[in-house]
Ligand binder design. Structure first.
Ligand code: SF4
Length: 328
């Protein structure tokens, strides 16, 4: 599923290929390396999840993939290939056209950023117009009704204002806007935070149905391992701006290899391993002044001499199972 070294075949078959992505935030004290050399592939129809503690870089990946990193943040290097288009090389205008049409983001807290004084219909029309979609007026209402139906809402919702909707309904509207131009890739950053558990499951089910319907691939950013286990097919663990393990969700839960992933999985509360990530003793290293060697070494129960001097490479240690650790 993933590979650090591009191959011609992969370029032709992957929906999205991320190569050595680096995103730094430039501060007066130096560069904060929020994402520091992340690579992964996303296949057609695949659902990949990224978990990690806050500040691990997962949201920055989402924002970088859709080119919404704002100063002092900067995408320093890397390639993000959508099919054969490197989206990091596109102009702002080309990127604006690509958003929603090819790659869409359901941003963290997006349901709270719906415009309170515009009806749902107008907000969907605005999104379509912003991205250059020309839909004849007579088709527009049918199209909006169909979109709302697709995310499990009554088409009547089009006439409502955000304050008339529940949190779950608002999030469905956000998903409707995200899929309005049938993107190939949907990035969902904590799409169910602030919603109750029942609504969370419904929203994830809706996202899955929408994905099937569009034939899209999904990147899910989150911290709820239970949701991840139920939704994604591949799971990546982030630590200090780096991807430290990536494999099928089953392998990750059955036999995590990286010591950090082992501690994460081992700390989950129930037999079914549901629940949020729990804390692990110690703190992540400063992203401003990263120490030498493995970024996890100050918290790792298995650290040895090499870990202090040499940073472990992210390698495929078993088929489709990637890890950055000197133990393997
Ligand atoms: Fe632990 Fe060393 Fe592996 Fe890092 S490289 S996770 S310190 S064993």
């Amino acid at each position: 599923m993933t590979a650090k070294v591009p191959s011609t075949t992969a370029l032709q078959t992957d929906t999205l290929r991320v190569e050595d992505l680096r995103v730094y935030y430039h501060t007066p004290r130096g560069a904060v390396r929020a994402v520091d050399g992340v690579s992964f592939d996303l296949k057609p129809h695949e659902r990949i999840g990224f978990v990690g503690e806050s500040g691990s870089g997962k949201t920055t990946i989402a924002m970088a993939l859709i080119r919404l990193i704002k100063p002092p943040g900067k995408i320093e290097s890397g390639r993000v290939l959508l099919g054969e288009t490197d989206i990091l090389a596109l102009s702002e205008e080309q990127m604006r056209q690509l958003r929603l049409a090819d790659i869409a983001l359901v941003a963290q807290g997006a349901m709270n950023s719906l415009n309170p004084v515009r009806r749902v219909r107008e907000q969907i029309v605005d999104a379509l117009a912003d991205h250059g979609a020309r839909i004849p007026r007579q088709e527009l209402d049918a199209r909006i009704g169909e979109l709302l139906r697709r995310v499990g809402l009554n088409p009547e919702v089009a006439r409502m204002y955000p304050h008339e909707l529940s949190g779950g309904m608002k999030q469905r509207v956000v998903i409707a806007i995200a899929i309005s131009l049938r993107p190939r890739v949907i990035i969902a950053d904590e799409p169910t935070s602030a919603l109750d558990v029942v609504v969370q499951r419904q929203i994830m089910e809706t996202l899955r149905e929408v994905q099937d319907d569009l034939g899209a691939s999904v990147i899910l950013i989150g911290h709820d391992m239970g949701l991840m286990a139920q939704f994604v097919t591949q799971l990546g663990v982030m630590y200090a701006g780096k991807l430290v393990e990536l494999c099928s969700v089953n392998d990750m839960f059955d036999e995590p290899l990286h010591p950090y992933a082992q501690l994460l999985i081992g700390s989950l509360p129930s037999l079914e391993r549901k629940g949020d990530l729990e804390g692990i003793p110690g703190v992540p290293p400063s992203l401003l002044d990263r120490p030498s060697g493995c970024p996890f070494r100050t918290r790792c129960p298995h650290a040895f001499d090499q870990c202090a001097t040499e940073e472990p490479a992210f390698r495929e240690v078993r088929p489709d199972h990637w890890v950055a650790c000197h133990l393997y």
